[in-house]
Design a protein around this ligand. Sequence first.
Ligand SMILES: *Cc1c(COP(=O)(O)O)cnc(C)c1O
Length: 393
Amino acid sequence: MTDWQKLEKNYFMPTIKRMPVTLVKGKGVQVWDDKGREYLDFTAGWGVNSLGHCHPVLVKALTEQAKTLIQTSNQFYTIPQIQLAGLLIENSCFDKVFFCNSGAEANEGAVKLARRYGKLHLNGAYKVVTALNSFHGRTLAMTAATGQRKFHEPYLPIPDGFINVEYNNIGAIKKGTSSQTCAVMLEPVQGEGGVNIPDDSYLKAVRAWCDRKGILLILDEVQTGIGRIGTLFGYEQFNVEPDIITLAKGLGGGIPIGAFLAKEKAAVFALGEHGSTFGGNPLACAVGYATLQFVIENDIPDKVKRNGAYLLSQLNKLKSKYDFIVEVRGRGLLAAIQFNSDLTQDIVKSCMERGLLLNPVKPNAIRFMPPLTVAKKDIDAAIGILDKVLAKA
Ligand SMILES: *Cc1c(COP(=O)(O)O)cnc(C)c1O
């Protein structure tokens, strides 16, 4: 049998500590490794496989489009991208869209758009206020936007134009704003930062501040968008309408696609000011369209709300049973448990050995983000495995 993990060591730059599992197949919430072992996947490709693995709707859209038209460049009109754009615009508060291929690219585009806005309407203001503990992607500029020192240090000097301030603190946003600020960019719930949920009043206060200063509010919904936290878009839950939103992860159901959407007043790109070779290609857009249509038609966000509440209640039961769990946080199907010490690696490894895949988001916190289509019985099975592992921790 081929030792894929040994080959990987020979060929790859070691940028990530992988778990010792080689996945070869997936169906719904289940995945299988090359030895035929089955796992419950509560990582969902980092919140990407919204409909679960290889959902028939997704496979059908993918194979049909693959037989029809895969890539043309944006020199031409293609139908799937216009259909997906329509679905996004008709179901959100936004007026215009731009398609790209990833979350980092969507955020780059959003920041470029905000800088254009600053040039045109704010005397050349270009700085963007972002939050500590945030995550906005891995390009150089998004590394600077990301408010975590460990992402900056290997690459100093990082690009200018980002100010990282405390999350969930409106005073910090105000202090970080100057006449050079063109936008504030935040995640409605911080995902990679450990599933941090702000106070209900926070985004509303940020919105009011942006309005007062005439600057733009960008919400990075790369992780929270497309039903993940129990509404189609996260902003709906916080009673705010951002000027710009970014999407990626769940939008393609597993196929790489990113997008940013803007209100008319913020959609200031003119001809030639932004572009992409692959962005908006028919294949990704056809799959994105099928995914989004499925999510909307089956009211998946409402199921996420109910199953998310159930997951949270079960995690809270574990918290009352094990005193080393100090906090349970979650919104919809984005949740985390935090320990009083760095137990994550051991617990995630033991869960894997018992057939449950989890995401070690922090040395002392585990993140749960199953497919949006996860069933109550899958949650019960996952909690059962976790309970057994915690009992031995
Ligand atoms: C994952 C993520 C990104 C980066 O997305 P990529 O597709 O990996 O570039 C950006 N912002 C948030 C909130 C994310 O969760």
